[in-house]
Design a protein around this ligand. Structure first.
Ligand code: DHB
Ligand code: FE
Length: 281
């Protein structure tokens, strides 16, 4: 049977892809970040998941504000990096696992979650930045298959945290009932605190992010019902992306070990945050 072997939370800041692709992630600004993500790359090498489910938000690359979709899943054999205005990223094509995607999609139906199905999907920085952080900026071939799971975070009213958490539980049930002997990691992306526009642009709130992350790791039930209003007030308008980490957390056991945490501010406009979770054995 399939098995979930880890949950990762990471910011998906687009500046990271620019410096990776231009090989300019050097010097004092980038050194702490380069060091802080090393344990994630080691975890990936040590654990070698067959499939990574990446929970991210589409930043207008497939869906404009004419069509706002709360949840969607990619069901395809491959996904191309999206052209976000600079041409497609020079990274390998992401291979999909359409069979596992279809199984998860069927399970969403069973659980009465209405999730859009994308049989063709270009994946933007929300997806490809975490992949490069996990597997290296020089990765010539991705060492695993991927499943994109997108969440409509950019337009009010976003799905509530509790719904994201429960969607994660449905993903877990689907993985646990998938008959192939494969290992799966799930990655929640985005956040933590940042605001990109308006009078509060540049807002970062590390204290709040730390407490929220402690809650996510140790007692997710205590933070899953935090309102979008509170999250946006405390962590900025784009801090709302943190709800995608709740999808990841819902797919893990109630009790987890946090094997690595790293927070560094600022990376671009964001409190870059990383956590690696394993189920307690
Ligand atoms: C930044 C962060 C994001 O998550 C994003 O989607 C766009 C920009 C930033 O910090 O610049
Ligand atoms: Fe984002």
């Amino acid at each position: 049977m399939a098995k979930i072997i880890g949950g990762i939370g990471t910011s998906h800041i687009p500046t990271i892809m620019h410096v990776f692709d231009e090989k300019t992630n050097v010097g004092p600004y980038w050194e702490p970040f380069n060091e802080g993500i090393k344990p994630l790359r080691k975890w990936m090498k040590d654990n070698k998941p067959d499939v990574c489910i990446i929970v991210y938000n589409d930043h207008g690359s497939n869906f404009s504000l004419k069509n706002v979709i709360p949840f969607g899943i990619g069901i395809a054999d491959e996904y191309l990096p999206a052209d976000e205005g600079y041409g497609r990223r020079p990274v390998p094509t992401f291979k999909g696992d359409a069979t596992l995607s279809a199984h998860i999609a069927e399970h969403f139906n069973e659980k009465e979650f209405d999730v859009a199905f994308s049989f063709e999907l270009d994946v933007d920085h929300g997806f490809s930045v975490p992949a490069s952080i996990m597997f290296g900026e020089d990765c010539q071939e991705w060492p695993c298959k991927f499943i994109p799971l997108y969440v409509g975070v950019v337009q009010y009213p976003q799905p509530k945290g509790n719904r994201c958490y429960n969607l994660g539980k449905a993903i877990r049930e689907a993985i646990d009932s998938f008959p192939e002997d494969i290992t799966v990691a799930i990655v929640g992306t985005g956040g933590l605190s940042h605001q990109l526009q308006g009078p509060r642009a540049g807002l970062i709130n590390q204290d709040y992010d730390r407490k929220w992350l402690d809650g996510l790791v140790n007692d997710p039930e205590s933070i899953k019902d935090i309102s979008l209003t509170e999250l946006i007030r405390e962590t900025g308008s784009e801090g709302a992306e943190a709800i995608m980490w709740l999808v990841m957390r819902g797919a893990m056991d109630k009790e987890v070990n946090e094997v690595h945490r790293f927070m560094h501010t600022p990376v671009s406009n964001t409190n870059y945050s990383l956590t690696i979770l394993e189920n307690k054995k």
